[in-house]
Write a protein that binds this ligand. Structure first.
Ligand SMILES: [Zn+2]
Length: 237
């Protein structure tokens, strides 16, 4: 198998670049989703605070309406006081009025605590709105920058891919088939420079006879352990 090692080195370099670019580009959708999630979270916090205020206002309206009803009963009892005939009836009615007044007191206390809670919620809403505004601003900028970078990297990947395809076309079909088979098995790392008398990638010692063949750099020799194409990097003596 006659071979131009420089072509294979160039091909490996371009493949490595492509792999690196693609790996980074693959991470971008998750990064964009994470930014969107942060924006969404701050919007949800604001919406939840607003919901709580709505709920609080509803509770207050309910309490106020109950107070109004009880006060109406009290007025009715007071009118009835004028018409009672016996002491027993009179005492019973006073007892009803006292009970109703205690209820009013309790409800009015609840209304006051709900109003205090409302103050807290309104403060929370102002803070959440501010956080949300900042989040939208900052995260949107992050997202825009990321998407702009994605565009640049995609363009670069397309250029590298075209260069890689051109480089592939320069390699003989037989060598290319071997290169691609190894690439598939070895996660894209096809060439292994020899260091000392070891395969630098799997650290297997290379037999002296094989080393001699390697030094000639005239044919492809595969590492007997990892199956990669061995590269003799030192100039032959
Ligand atoms: Zn090896």
């Amino acid at each position: 198998m006659d071979v131009d090692f420089n072509q294979l080195i160039a091909l490996q370099r371009l493949d490595a670049k492509l792999k690196h670019l693609s790996a980074f580009l693959d991470t971008i959708p998750a990064k964009v989703a994470a930014i969107d999630a942060k924006i969404e979270k701050s919007r949800q916090d604001l919406a939840e605070a607003k919901d709580r205020l709505t709920q609080n206002q509803k509770t207050r309206r309910d309490l106020e309406s109950q107070v109004k009803d009880i006060k109406a009963h009290i007025s009715k009892y007071k009118v009835q006081l004028n018409d009672v005939k016996t002491n027993k009836e009179y005492t019973a009615l006073l007892h009803e009025i006292d009970g109703a007044k205690s209820k009013v007191d309790a409800f009015e206390e609840s209304i006051i605590s709900e109003m205090l809670v409302a103050d807290d919620i309104e403060r929370e809403i102002r803070a959440a709105a501010e956080t949300c505004r900042k989040a939208e601003d900052v995260f949107q900028k992050d997202k825009d920058a990321l998407l702009a970078r994605k565009g640049r990297l995609e363009a670069r990947r397309d250029r590298v891919r075209a260069e890689r395809d051109a480089q592939q076309a320069a390699v003989s079909a037989e060598v290319l088939a071997l290169y691609q088979a190894i690439s598939h098995k070895r996660a894209g790392v096809v060439l292994s420079p020899v260091k000392g008398d070891f395969c630098s990638l799997c650290h297997m010692r290379i037999r002296p006879q094989v080393l001699e063949e390697l030094m000639a750099m005239s044919s492809i020799i595969l590492c007997e352990a990892c199956g990669r194409i061995l590269l003799w990097t030192k100039k032959p003596a």
